[in-house]
Design a binder for this molecule. Sequence first.
Ligand code: MF3
Ligand code: CO
Length: 247
Amino acid sequence: MISIKSEREIELMREAGKYNMLTFKEVEKYLKPGVTTKKLDKIIHDFIIKNGCVPSTLGYEGYPASVCISVNDEVVHGIPGARVLQNGDIVSIDLVLSYKGYHADATRTYIIGEVPEDVRNLVENTKGAFYAGVAKVKEGARIRDISKAIEDYAHAHGLSVVEELVGHGIGSSMHEEPDVPNFDTNSMVKLKTGMTLAIEPMLNLGSKHVFLEDDDWTVKTVDGKPSAHYENTVLVTKDGYEILTGE
Ligand code: MF3
Ligand code: CO
């Protein structure tokens, strides 16, 4: 069942989205070489709580932190810890919080200091792939229109698409139906006004293949090349979409 949100629920998701965005603004102040990912987790956790929100990932299926922080060849679900950010790293911050029971999910990949041009392009084009996908969103379009647009954009920019992880519906649960893959599928699901989706391309500079680390959470690229991730929570409207988690 794909839930259609009421006006009241949409208003709560807008609020959740606003707090999600404010949390990014807060953590961005600390994103410099020398900071540990554990410190970033603490800043995020405290800010979420201060705003009367709840960190959705903390304790989710045993996940031990209030945010996922994935560096360089880590694709998703990196666990914050003693790792120190260095000049030349790229860092994906995947942040889910809830406000009055409604979740907002967003990811940004940040460049720390200077990186080679191909890595900068990876980061910029992953954001571009999100926008190529979201441009397809409107009442009556299909999930696969989004998926195909993301995949085509990635391939046109020489990037590969991670297939093991997908976007998702979101609302009173962090993960709801439908799946939103970043590659073409035969999904026939049609979009309706009031659906809310987390659209989240995960693109790799090298091989699309990934593996799960021994910590049972961190997903990494098999070839050790960098991966980037960009995500927003999006409301389907009659003529298009509204991004609930900002630019
Ligand atoms: N933001 C992630 C997603 O898009 C959720 C993190 S999953 C967790 O699905 F298990 F690590 F919490
Ligand atoms: Co998500």
